[in-house]
Design a protein around this ligand. Structure first.
Ligand code: SIN
Ligand code: FE2
Length: 204
């Protein structure tokens, strides 16, 4: 029984060549040198998330027990401004987003073998007309997407390294998450794991 995927959802399998993926990994390594991965906490409970995170761009998405989900200009651990978004990612945004303004934030999620991400909406942005553009690198994962209500039916499929997903239009506020990572399904990252890069426009 096929569940209709919401309008504006685009799945672009194998969008990035292996060379392009390698160049992105090198660029993200530089980001992480300047802005180290850290373990975010859920609002209120302070429960650690299983993914590690950092950001690049003018703004970065962060969460902790006291102040919850938000965007801010500085890394929560080092206090330094986020490094710039690598040019390859700005090019990617321009080729797939259909949006004239540039992204302000690029969230970097690192998933080890045990990491996952619960179903959620991306709704901390003021500009909901801009799509969310998401890139997968490294090990495959089981990605799940539903509709704008938590109770809407969901569909899941495997995302592989080099795949790009766009949540725009009526899918912009669709619930989505990552059920699991499939270890050793990619040779891109020498120590395994999965990187997800999420580009977002925050302010109109
Ligand atoms: C996210 O929704 O922040 C991450 C999605 C993914 O890892 O593919
Ligand atoms: Fe998300």
């Amino acid at each position: 029984m096929a569940t209709e995927l919401p309008d504006g959802f685009r799945y672009l399998p194998d969008f990035l060549s292996r060379e392009h993926q390698q160049a992105l990994v090198a660029a993200i390594r530089n980001v992480v040198l300047e802005a180290p991965l850290y373990t975010p906490e859920m609002p209120r409970t302070g429960k650690p998330m299983s993914v590690r995170m950092t950001n690049c761009g003018d703004l970065g998405w962060v969460t902790d027990r006291e102040r919850g989900y938000r965007y801010q200009e500085r890394h929560p651990v080092t206090g330094r401004p986020w490094p710039a978004i690598p040019p390859q990612l700005l090019d990617l945004w321009q080729s797939v987003s259909g949006y004239d303004k540039m992204p302000e934030a690029c969230l970097v999620n690192f998933y080890g073998a045990e990491a996952k991400m619960g179903m959620h909406q991306d709704r901390d942005e003021t500009d909901l007309a801009a799509p969310v553009v998401s890139v997968s690198l490294g090990d495959q994962c089981q990605f799940r997407i539903g509709g704008p209500a938590r109770s809407d039916p969901t569909r899941s499929f495997r995302l592989s390294s080099g795949d790009v997903v766009v949540l725009g239009g009526r899918s912009r506020l669709s619930f989505h998450g990552v059920d699991r990572v499939f270890p050793t399904t990619s040779t891109l990252l020498k120590n395994g794991g999965r990187i997800n890069l999420t580009l977002r426009r925050v302010n109109p």
